[in-house]
Design a protein around this ligand. Structure first.
Ligand SMILES: Nc1nc2c(ncn2[C@@H]2O[C@H](COP(=O)(O)OP(=O)(O)OP(=O)(O)O)[C@@H](O)[C@H]2O)c(=O)[nH]1
Ligand SMILES: [Mg+2]
Length: 306
């Protein structure tokens, strides 16, 4: 786990001090706190004022399927030994004005499409940092890339699942951080022909577990649905491969405050004790351009901790 990841695990919590640099410093044994407190009640960024209990259907459903993330029993006893802190939802005040501005500038550079990779053998030589967008088909990966770079159609989007069929590389032009955003085919599109699904799965899973300069995976989860079994499977793969991942909730504009809170809560449960999960969840709407500045700032912090 990188230093930046450790900082986030302690972010804003008792027992840490966060300086101007955003780096957390241990506050000494006196402020030690229980390690396995319940995840913080999620404060959805887009929720309208009013009572919102994190006890929706999604919250009740996901933990039972979350494997190491939630199911009680023998597995839990094992999981409890892991030192983890509760996950939180990213808020604008988690970032300095400088980080927000650096994020704006990073993505204000002209980003261009570089290459589409249909199979693992054709992945380009490693160069700089790679950040990948992964998630179920139609969850909004390509739309999120467009929102980040402020271009309507850099990455191709579609109402129909299965739009992105290759690993698509996007890079900024000019001087500055050497970084690529990688848009990926979605998983879980049952209606696609089996040979296609198998090829995408091999490409996506092979890339995710075997790319040394893959600095972080943004794992997108639909705010209406919360994590599904195949999301949990990907989390398991990334945990095993020790690839850092951070959950981004998408399409927050499509769900009401209660539904959003339930999905966030279920996601918190799913990542709570996962080894490679970054503890902070970013809630976004590409449609309304909400949460995008926060995600840019997360990426800036990630790059700075390189
Ligand atoms: N309302 C709303 N719609 C969104 C949002 N993000 C994406 N969509 C829509 O969801 C559909 C799928 O978006 P894509 O970005 O193509 O999804 P994807 O994950 O790249 O899909 P695949 O490439 O097929 O895996 C499109 O019709 C988008 O316009 C959002 O934040 N809000
Ligand atoms: Mg796509």
């Amino acid at each position: 786990m990188s230093e930046a990841d450790r900082d986030a695990r302690n972010n804003g919590k008792p027992g840490t001090k966060t300086g101007a640099s955003g780096k957390a410093k241990p506050a000494g044994p006196k402020s030690a706190k229980p390690k396995f407190a319940k995840p913080m009640s999620a404060k959805p960024r887009f929720a309208k004022p009013g009572p919102a209990k994190a006890a929706g259907k999604a919250a009740a459903k996901a933990p039972a399927k979350a494997g190491a993330g939630a199911a009680p029993g023998a597995g839990e006893a094992k999981a409890r030994k892991k030192p983890t802190l509760p996950p939180v939802t990213a808020k604008p005040e988690d970032f300095s004005g400088g980080e927000i501005e650096t994020g704006r500038l990073l993505f204000a550079r002209p980003w261009t499409f570089r290459i589409g990779v249909p199979s693992l053998t054709l992945v380009p030589p490693m160069q700089g940092i790679e950040i990948a967008m992964a998630g179920r088909s139609n969850v909004g990966k390509s739309s999120l890339i467009n929102a980040l770079v402020g271009q309507k159609a850099l990455a191709r989007t579609s109402n129909t699942p299965g739009r992105t069929q290759e690993l698509n590389y996007f890079r900024p032009e000019g001087e500055g951080t050497d970084i690529a955003l990688v848009d990926m085919p979605g998983y879980g599109y049952a209606a696609a022909p089996k040979d296609k699904v198998d090829a995408w799965t091999e490409l996506v899973f092979g890339y995710l577990r075997g790319r040394q300069n893959l600095k972080r995976v943004y794992l997108l989860i639909d705010s209406r649905h919360g994590p599904k079994d195949n999301d949990l499977e990907v989390m398991g793969l990334l945990d095993k491969a020790a690839v850092s991942y951070q959950v981004v909730m998408t399409k927050a504009d499509k769900v009401g405050p209660k539904g959003l809170e339930a999905a966030i809560s279920a996601t918190h449960e799913a990542i709570a004790r996962r080894a490679a999960a970054y503890p902070r969840i970013v809630v976004t709407s590409s449609e309304k351009n909400e949460g995008i500045d926060i995600l840019r700032a997360e990426i800036v912090r990630l790059v700075a901790g390189n």
